[in-house]
Design a protein around this ligand. Structure first.
Ligand code: 48F
Length: 258
């Protein structure tokens, strides 16, 4: 049988439209496909929740691919090793409480695990705004990343969700929009974004977990975004806090949805 280019085109268009239409309303919309967002998506999808992740770049994985300064190994502490096990990531003990894993294997395993658990990922889409009502966020405002990159004047589209997770890392992109454009205050000491501090790995790892919370009605923060929002320090290429934050935010939202 001769392969037909029009059928190939139709197949892609049909399947993508179905995927997009199925995710116009969901339980949870995740912004940013770094480690914390992927782990959150995995645990939410495994609970049978309708969840999609929107990522600006062509590839998800965020800052994990490059390990530390492009030495493609990551460090994970003992308390987060159970998450590596869930995703089937191989790791090695380096010394007590310090485990290492190949950053490529870890990132690709998070992506495979999350999508197979039922997380839908939309790449090349940028979240440029949120949807709001009087008392809470109700979804996301999306555009194609190439539209954003080219600075084209094209109106966005919107998707609805009961909860949004900002896992955009250092950039805190959704929190920034909410702080600037949505009436009300963030649940931070100043009511605004406190801003990320310089590196202090041990403290940052503890605070990442502590700062993972609902920072505004309908908006949860996870990963490095949680620390930057609450004024915590950065941690560098140790990733246990990111993985645990993804697990925590999923559990908190599952409790609320139940
Ligand atoms: O930065 P990132 O990996 O977030 P994370 O899960 O992990 C942080 C670590 O990688 C590392 C660290 C130490 O462990 O500090 O930095 O907190 O991934 C964030 C993702 O969000 C995407 C961005 O392209 C990246 O893949 N992103 C950022 N803004 C937007 C976005 C946006 N407006 N719309 C869609 N995606």
């Amino acid at each position: 049988m001769e392969l037909n280019e029009i059928v190939i085109t139709q197949a892609i268009i049909d399947r993508f439209w179905t995927k997009l239409k199925n995710n116009l309303e969901m339980d949870v919309a995740i912004v940013g496909g770094g480690p914390s967002g992927l782990v959150a998506g995995y645990f939410l999808a495994r609970e049978g929740r309708k969840v999609a992740l929107f990522e600006r770049k062509l590839s998800v994985g965020g800052g994990m691919w490059g390990g530390g300064m492009m030495f493609n190994e990551i460090v994970v502490q003992e308390s987060a090793v159970h998450i590596l096990n869930k995703f089937g990531v191989r790791y090695q003990l380096y010394q007590k409480d310090y485990y290492t894993a190949d950053s490529i294997e870890t990132t690709s395993s998070l992506i495979a695990g999350a999508t197979k658990a039922g997380l839908t990922i939309f790449n090349c889409m940028t979240v440029e705004d949120v949807m709001m009502r009087e008392d809470r966020l109700t979804g996301l405002v999306l555009n194609w990343s190439p539209v954003e990159m080219a600075g084209l004047h094209v109106d966005p589209l919107a998707v609805g969700s009961q909860f949004v997770i900002d896992s955009t890392g250092h950039a805190t992109e959704v929190v920034k929009v909410v702080s600037r454009k949505v009436p009300g205050k963030l649940q931070t000491p100043s009511g605004k974004i406190e801003g990320e501090k310089s590196m202090w790995a041990d403290r940052a790892e503890t605070l990442t977990l502590q700062n993972t919370c609902e920072v505004f009605p309908g908006l949860f923060i996870a990963g490095m975004c949680a620390n930057a929002t609450f004024g915590g320090p950065r941690m560098g290429p140790i990733f246990g806090g990111m993985l645990l934050s993804g697990e925590k935010v999923a559990n908190e939202i599952i409790k609320k949805l139940n």
